[in-house]
Design a protein around this ligand. Structure first.
Ligand SMILES: NC(=O)c1ccc[n+]([C@@H]2O[C@H](COP(=O)([O-])OP(=O)(O)OC[C@H]3O[C@@H](n4cnc5c(N)ncnc54)[C@H](OP(=O)(O)O)[C@@H]3O)[C@@H](O)[C@H]2O)c1
Length: 216
């Protein structure tokens, strides 16, 4: 299968949570890590999130020029099986182009030539099939894809074994709450076969620690 190079980047608390128990976005990254995150976006052809992140955080998914002067804006990709992206979502602003991937029969129209909606094959759970989505992105010329979350989408990419680099920034804080989203949610494993990772690099960035892993 021809697919883009896939990098996952996310920020978690010391207890592995990526947002509050009510799924509210929290500032976990230090200023230095935000700079790194914007550089990653700037260097990527596309940045991808799930509809859960769009509804919870309403992110713009662009590169701020206060962090990267004269940035290159990546294509924004939303995995949205049922076509629930609100027309006023900030990720649909005109700063960059946006591709919404739905499953069959859920395509809907949005205003503006910078927004494209494409139907993609569904998987067993009724989600957009990750491998088909990657093939489609590759056909569109996307070579470097940055996946930013949330936990359900990250799990799907890891489970499908289509991840090249995983960056986890650990902020010096605790969020707690058994319902708070974590780096990898989804179904999880139900046997002994954990998904193994190899640590490539560990470094302190600002007040936190960045771990670079390769899935093996
Ligand atoms: N700290 C960080 O770095 C960071 C980064 C991003 C997000 N977050 C947090 O993560 C939370 C959102 O995470 P989430 O798990 O609720 O949502 P999510 O992973 O952003 O989106 C999940 C949804 O995407 C859709 N989807 C379509 N195809 C999919 C596929 N192949 N695999 C998985 N999902 C697919 C599904 O909804 P449909 O069935 O409707 O399509 C699914 O429920 C928020 O609280 C946000 O603040 C944190």
């Amino acid at each position: 299968m021809k697919r883009p190079h896939v990098t996952i980047n996310c920020a978690m608390s010391a207890d592995g949570k990526i947002a509050s128990p009510s799924r509210r976005q929290l500032r976990i990254s230090s200023e230095e890590d935000l700079q790194r995150m914007y550089r990653l976006r700037h260097q990527s052809d596309a940045v991808l999130v799930g509809i859960g992140t769009i509804l919870a955080d309403n992110p713009k998914l662009t590169v701020k020029d206060s962090y990267i002067p004269h940035p290159k804006q990546p294509l924004r990709v939303i995995l949205d099986s049922k076509g629930r992206t609100p027309p006023d979502a900030l990720a649909l602003n005109t700063v960059s182009n946006t591709l919404i991937l739905t499953t069959k029969g859920h395509k809907r129209a949005y205003e503006g030539p910078h927004i494209e909606v494409m139907e993609c094959q569904g998987d067993d759970e009724g989600f957009v099939d990750v491998k088909k989505a990657l093939e489609l992105l590759s056909q569109k010329g996307i070579q470097k894809l940055l996946v930013e979350g949330g936990g359900t989408v990250i799990w799907s990419f890891l489970e499908e074994k289509v991840v090249d680099d995983l960056f986890v920034y650990i902020g010096p804080c605790i969020i707690g709450g058994k319902d708070a989203p974590t780096v990898a949610d989804g179904k999880g494993i139900h046997d002994e076969n954990v998904l193994p990772l190899k640590i490539i690099e560990v470094k302190q960035i600002g007040s936190g620690v960045l771990i670079h892993y390769h899935p093996c």
